[in-house]
Ligand binder design. Sequence first.
Ligand code: KIV
Length: 283
Amino acid sequence: MPDSPVRRPTTTDIRAAKDVREPLACLTCYTAQMARAIDEHVDLILVGDSLGMTIYGFDTTLPVTLDMMVAHGQAVVRSTRSTFVVVDLPFGSYEASEEQAFRSSSRILAETGAQAVKLEGGVEVAQTVRFLVDRGIPVMAHVGLMPQRIQALGGFRAQGRTPETALAVIRDAEAVAAAGAFAVVVEAVPVDTGKRVTEAVPIPTIGIGAGPHCDGQILVIHDALGLFPAFTPRFVKRYAELGAAMSDAAAQYAAEVRSRTFPAPEHTFKAAGGVANPAPRDP
Ligand code: KIV
């Protein structure tokens, strides 16, 4: 019997998470094999521009291009059946104008098959969010710590820690929600700020380092699996140590090659009908 069809959630399903008690479980993911492994377990996959750091080894997300996002978005959509997939708009692909944002977003949706795009910003991008949503592009926003503004912020620092900056994060979330975003990522803010943002907006808040009151949680998958040794933010819980497991496996492989214990007989082919002698060479 053919597999029963699996329906991916829609933006309506994601929005409905605001009204239920169970938070949305979200992870970033960038590659086919990892996407296959997590597809049945999470509600939403973000093909985040964090891939610049986790996959490509850059220090920031700034060098990430639209072509990279499209290629990784395609790999993830191709390898999943039941998860809502969002692809990040990278730095420089949407800030110049609403038209630029539409061109980049429509390319992502058309070429990857993802369900939505994500962009960073609050009050200042609300008009762009409205422009995209009015033209059929589902948008997830991202407030609080915005990694694409790392040069202006002077580092990966928690936001919304004073009464004034907490209010600014809330105003940002309200602005993108009013502009039509279906969900908003809230990154690196104190627990109380995460709670106030969640109470202030009618759309799901997806927290990363924003405390337990958000309507969903997201982690960068390389952080969660112990695959990103450069640094581990305070808000990350490591659910596996795959980096150490990979290093151990490579060390064991190299030792077995050098000691000729690999390949063993079970890893070799047997010739069918014996080995033919080489033809004598011409004198
Ligand atoms: O790019 C990314 O992975 C993100 C997450 C940190 C939410 O934006």
